[in-house]
Design a protein around this ligand. Structure first.
Ligand code: LLP
Length: 419
């Protein structure tokens, strides 16, 4: 289902006209389609034909509790990487036995909290972390369920900042040393080995890297079992790619489901999948208002009220995001524009050299595919407020995140009396 469509020359999200929402909500704001979120989850769920699996939504892609709860109600667990994400997941009612804790730098406080909440497993990324978890678990009179994150040395992902499965990346334990690491884990009194995991990168649109990773995980699992290690859970990570550019060929999701069965179906493991972007990326637009049009000798700038602090992917990753006019563009007067924000940096742009029907001051624009790694990566740079997020369900919407006004931000500063 496409939740964003023009009707009578105006952009709609589900049954709601964006202009009418913008009369009630201050721009810029993030605007999500509830039904798109559900559709994506169901699409993935239906593509998986394995008997025993659990989707654990990667909360980092969008940690708004309404979004987490949407997936939780469809059966999802959670992949979390901090105590904050863990608390959010628990808060919306995700059962601890559907939560995995990933990340290279878990603090003691995070370990203790997760142990006390009986999560499904810790995805452990180094020997030091393994030893620390063992020590903490002994202090709390328990053994913690652990999988070791294997770095399979496979190149994958949209760009180098989001590739995580190569030997030189900071993630996981080199697959060549997996066997010894598991032997050590098995000897630690605070550790109970339950599984194995890998995550090779993000925005992966080909099946091939997944295939290689599944093959490697399967082989390692079999050889670990031969040595007597109990591997009952196999976590394949996330990374499922989506369509950002009209020419992108997104991951073949049915093919992905088949691959899981083909490569891992014989292992008799619970298979965990940790998708983030696949579930959230195309569920949302960022609605922004044109403040000024500035024509110079070299460029036509559209200066909008959203900025890099609200949505940083274009400048951080050089990521492509479609931008459309909420009032359908006039095709007879197409111009080339740079769409930029008010922040005082040249990197504050959303698109360069984009061809659009002519835009006027006051016009609303929609930056598309911003549901993943959008609002979660926002900041208050330039002392700008945190903006609203809203969730649309057919012809109604609710605010799912309040604005944080600048007064609140300023109030957090403390001034020592010796200044
Ligand atoms: N599991 C682990 C261990 C991860 O590190 C990640 C993402 C995921 C699952 C979810 O990956 P996904 O299914 O969303 O691809 N900020 C970057 C993306 C960073 C991804 C970090 N790890 C971006 O905006 O492209």
């Amino acid at each position: 289902m496409n939740s964003f469509n023009y009707k009578n020359g105006e952009l709609y999200i589900e049954g709601l006209n964006i202009h009418s929402i913008a009369k009630e909500v201050r721009t810029p704001f993030y605007c999500y389609s509830f039904n798109h979120l559900k559709d994506q989850y169901n699409k993935l769920d239906q593509s998986i034909t394995l008997g025993n699996y659990q989707i654990c939504y990667a909360v980092k892609s969008n940690s708004n509790q309404s979004i987490i709860k949407t997936f939780s109600k469809l059966g999802s667990g959670a992949d979390v990487v901090s105590i904050g994400e863990l608390k959010r997941a628990l808060e919306v009612g995700i059962s601890p036995n559907k939560i995995v804790f990933s990340g290279v730098g878990k603090s003691l406080e995070e370990m203790q909290f997760a142990i006390n909440n009986n999560i499904l497993m810790f995805n452990i990324e180094s020997i030091s972390e393994l030893r620390r978890l063992s020590d903490e678990s002994i202090k709390l009179n328990t053994k913690s369920p652990v999988s070791l994150r294997i770095n399979p040395d496979i190149s994958a992902g949209g760009n180098e900042k989001i590739s995580t499965g190569k030997a030189e990346d900071k993630f996981g334990i080199d697959w060549r040393g997996a066997s010894e690491s598991y032997d050590l884990a098995g000897s630690l009194p605070g550790i109970k080995i339950v599984g194995i995991d890998a995550h090779i990168g993000s925005q992966i649109n080909d099946l091939e890297p997944f295939e290689k990773s599944f093959d490697r995980l399967s082989k390692i699992t079999k050889s670990l079992r031969k040595k007597g290690h109990e591997i009952n859970i196999l976590d394949v990570g996330g990374g499922l790619g989506v369509k950002y550019h009209p020419d992108d060929r997104p991951l073949d999701i049915e093919g992905y489901g088949k691959l899981l069965s083909e490569k891992l179906g014989d292992l008799d493991c619970k298979i965990i999948i940790e998708p983030g972007r696949f579930l959230t990326a195309n569920s949302a637009i960022l609605v922004t208002k044109t403040l000024y049009i500035k024509n110079t000798d070299s460029n036509n700038f559209i200066i909008v009220d959203a900025a890099m602090n609200d949505f940083i992917r274009p400048t951080l990753y050089n990521a492509y995001h479609q931008v459309v006019s909420v009032k359908e563009g006039k095709k007879d007067t197409v111009l080339k524009y740079d769409i930029v924000g008010p922040v005082c940096e040249s990197g504050d742009f959303f698109r360069k050299n984009i061809k659009m029907g002519s835009i006027e001051e006051g016009d609303l624009l929609a930056i598309k595919s911003v549901g993943a790694y959008g609002s979660v990566l926002s900041s208050n740079y330039n002392t700008r407020p945190s903006i609203n997020e809203i969730l649309v369900n057919n012809d109604q919407f609710e605010i799912i995140r309040d604005r944080v006004e600048v007064e609140e931000i300023i109030k957090r500063d403390k001034i020592p009396n010796w200044i």
